[in-house]
Structure formats: structure tokens, C-alpha cells
Write a protein that binds this ligand. Sequence first.
Ligand SMILES: *[C@@H]1O[C@H](CO)[C@@H](O)[C@H](O)[C@H]1NC(C)=O
Ligand SMILES: *[C@@H]1O[C@H](CO)[C@@H](O)[C@H](O)[C@H]1NC(C)=O
Ligand SMILES: *[C@@H]1O[C@H](CO)[C@@H](O)[C@H](O)[C@H]1NC(C)=O
Length: 496
Amino acid sequence: MNLVLHILYVLILSLSESLSEPSNKKFPENFQFGVATAAYQVEGGWSDDGKGVNIWDQFTHTHPDSVINGDTGDIACDSYHRYMGDVEMLKNLGVNYYRFSLSWSRILPTGYTNQINEAGVEYYQNFISALKENGIEPFVTLYHWDLPQPLQEIGGWPNPLLEDIFAVYARTAFTLFGEKVKNWMTFNEPKQTCLAGYGLGSAAPGISASGIGEYECMHTIMKAHARAYHIYDEEFRPTQSGRISIVLDTGWYEPASDSEEDMEAAERSLQFEHGWCAHPIYHPDGNYPQVMIDRIADRSQKEGFSKSRLPEFSAEEIEYIRGTFDFLCINTYTTSMVKWTNDYEIGTPGFYADVSVSTYQDPSWNGSASSWLKVVPWGMRKLLNWIDQTYNHPEIVITENGYSDDGRLDDPNRLNYYAEYLTSLLEAILEDGVNVSGYTAWSLMDNFEWTSGYTVKFGLYQVDFDNPNRTRTIKGSGEYYKNVIASKCLVDTCEE
Ligand SMILES: *[C@@H]1O[C@H](CO)[C@@H](O)[C@H](O)[C@H]1NC(C)=O
Ligand SMILES: *[C@@H]1O[C@H](CO)[C@@H](O)[C@H](O)[C@H]1NC(C)=O
Ligand SMILES: *[C@@H]1O[C@H](CO)[C@@H](O)[C@H](O)[C@H]1NC(C)=O
């Protein structure tokens, strides 16, 4: 596309965006709304009552330079001590479910079952019971990035031994909590765990092994996920009758033009950014996407490696991993434009060199407090359609979606984000026939935003991090979401 056409295209896009009003259609009667958090981001109590050290405790304590202001999750929202307050907030919002994660090292301080921390088990039992008593369904993530430190000492996720060790942890969790928990998620965003944790080294455990560590990490996680799925399916589903899946994250990747090259580059981005984890599980063929297998093998050979840096699954493993989901979970926040480019020169191996595309975000898109998060609601509708078509019309739950700012109570930008994204979601459901059964706002409350510390806030509730009581106050967007849940409608009155 030439420049004039491109500018025209961008103009039309921004025009259609600025004209968008929130939908006046209703969400389907059985549609479910929730909110989400993760253990390390909210619990605090990092060394209380026998909890073991995990890689985020270790990382924030030993690499304060890697987190803005040297912040830690030592206290965070103090939910370990204030969980009844969290239940009150959830009740006030009227959510159908609460998505939260278990801190592995609070239950098994060493990571193994040689020590079981009764206080940690009791904490989750009390919390889960309180949710159920208040009509809130627990959606539980087993692993949201906080690996017990002793398991990092043996190499962390790139070590294939972790498949077995995770399987034992998963069985322990199903045994302890499965009577009340009917919705399980094994891993949250393994792409982030592997890329940031073991490739780039920018997040815990801070391992820089670009081009190798991230692929070995994902290989173990894919197998560990499948093990947990089969354990649930065979040993627990017959009596507990719940469901289980994995939470994957991806933005939408929009071709910068309708040239064949740009369209190929955008599809390649989706296959690397999402297909890497999604294809082995959700695609009927299983295995990593062919474009990853081919490109990484080719670049590895040119780099002088004796075999591909992308590990290979055996035929049995492909079969074992394929189809290990009861519904499809997606975390999505934003969109990027993708332009075809010459392959990156052979040099330092790495995930982004393996993809070799040029991405950018349009300067006209509304921003947020996070540099990567631009407000592009139409991108989510396209992504949902792509998933629907690529993975055979699965049932989808959006397990995270949200907007960051500085934590103010009056937050029209966040309110607007939810109104626009939920409009796109309604269009995907009602007009495109995508099977989305639930939507989860990230997040219930402001919390520890990983390497951004407490500088970036995603909450529907504000948390006063200067007050030892960690006082919570509902924001404007929280009141809006509460109304949406009660009315299943994004505006004052919906079409009947
Ligand atoms: C969505 O998926 C669920 C679970 O498979 C199924 O029961 C339901 O009929 C599907 N709905 C649509 C609209 O496809
Ligand atoms: C950008 O943000 C403002 C303020 O929230 C809002 O009024 C406007 O509609 C947004 N524009 C788009 C394209 O989302
Ligand atoms: C914290 O809460 C307690 C109990 O409600 C109250 O007595 C105390 O004044 C509060 N502290 C602060 C600093 O707000």
C-alpha cells in the first residue's frame, strides 16, 4: 500500500473508532462476569506462617534495580490478612466468579510435598469457603508466575523434571480444594514466564538465555499442563465434575496493509505470539505451529547449532498435549500493526529475531499508563474471530482485559476502555457468532504490577498503599462495571 492509501486507511480506522458508541444490546442471559488477581500481586504475607520463598520474593529482594522504585510484593494489598474485605468487594460488584491464583510456596514451601504448610492450606480453604458462601464461584489458577525458589535452584522451567514436580503440586491442589473449586487453570501466560523469565531475563527469575531458555521453558510447561489436565480428567473429574484449561495471552496483530507480505507477517506474529502455546493444545493437528518449526530450524542451522533451538515433541507427546482443554482462556489488552521486513541478520539468537517482523502501534490510538497498552477495541473483536476460526469454534472465556492509569478514583478513561471493549465483545458474540461465555476484568484492585511496581494501576478499586490497613475504595469504573454486571447492559437502558 502506498503512503497516501495508508494514511487514508488509518483515517478511516480512527473515524470508525471515534464514532463508536457503547452497544445498547444485552449480554446473553447466562453470560458470566468476573474479576481477576494473582497471588504475588495481592497477597503479601511473603514469609508469614511458614510460606516458602518464591522466585518473585527472591527477584524483588535481590534485583531491586529491576523493579521501579525497588518495590516488592512483601505486603502488596495484604490480602493474606484482609481476604474477607476482598470478599466484600466482590460481593458489592456482584461478580459471578473471582479468578485468583494459589501461591505454590504458601502450600508447599519447598515446592515438593515433603512439607505441607497447614496454615497456607487453611488460608485458601477459608477463602474459598467464604467465596462460595457469598455465591461467588472460585476460578483458580495453579501457577501465576511465582515458582518456589528451591525449584529455580534446579534450573526452573527449562528443567524437564519440573513436569513431574508440577503434576504432584496440581494433584495436591485438586485433592485439597477440588470439592469446592470447579474451574481450574493450570498456567497463566506461559509466554511471559518463558520470554521475560528465561529468555530476556527482565522478570523473575531473571535468566538471560535468549533464543534457547524461552523455548526449553515452554516445552516443559506444555507437558506439565497436559499432565495436570490428564490427572484432573482421570482422577478427579469423575467425582468433582469441574473443568480445566490454561490461560494464554495475546494481542491482536493487524497487517499494516493488505499486501500479501504484511498479511503473512501478521499471521506469523499471531503464530509465534499465540500459536506457540495455543497450537499444541487447541489446534486439531497439535504440535508447535509449522512456521515456528521451520523458521527456528532454519535460523538455528545458519547460526551453527547442531539442531533446532525449538525442542521437538515426540508423536506420543503431541497426542498427549493435543485437546487438553475444556474451554479456551484468553488474556488480551491491545493491538499492534505488523509490517513485513527482511529477516533479521543472523547474530544473537532470540525469539524476536526468529519472528523477524516489524511492529508498531498507531500514534492516534489512546494510551494508558503502560507503554504497551493502547486502546484498540476493534482489535479484540478481530482476535476473537481469528481464534474462533483457527481453533474450531471453541467456548472462550476472556480471563483478563483491562486498562492502567495512575490509580485515581475518577477514571473515565478506564470506564471508556471497558465500555468500548465490551461493545466489541458483544459484536463478536451477537454479530459474528463467537462463543464467548465469560469476561474477566483485570483487576479487582490496584496491586503490585510486576517490574512496574506500584507505579501502574489496573484496579476497579483503589488501594491506599501508604496506609497499613491498605484501605480499598471503589473507583468510577468499578461502579460502572457493577451496573454492567447487574443489568448485562453497557448503557442506561438496553434494547429488550
Ligand atoms: C458454546 O460452547 C458451549 C460448550 O461447548 C456449548 O454448550 C454451547 O452450545 C456453545 N454455544 C454456541 C453459541 O456455540
Ligand atoms: C480516547 O479517550 C477519550 C477519553 O476517555 C474518549 O472520550 C475517546 O472516545 C477515546 N477514543 C478512542 C478512539 O477510544
Ligand atoms: C486501621 O484500621 C483500624 C481498625 O479499623 C483503625 O482503628 C485504625 O485507625 C486504622 N489505621 C489507619 C492508619 O487508618
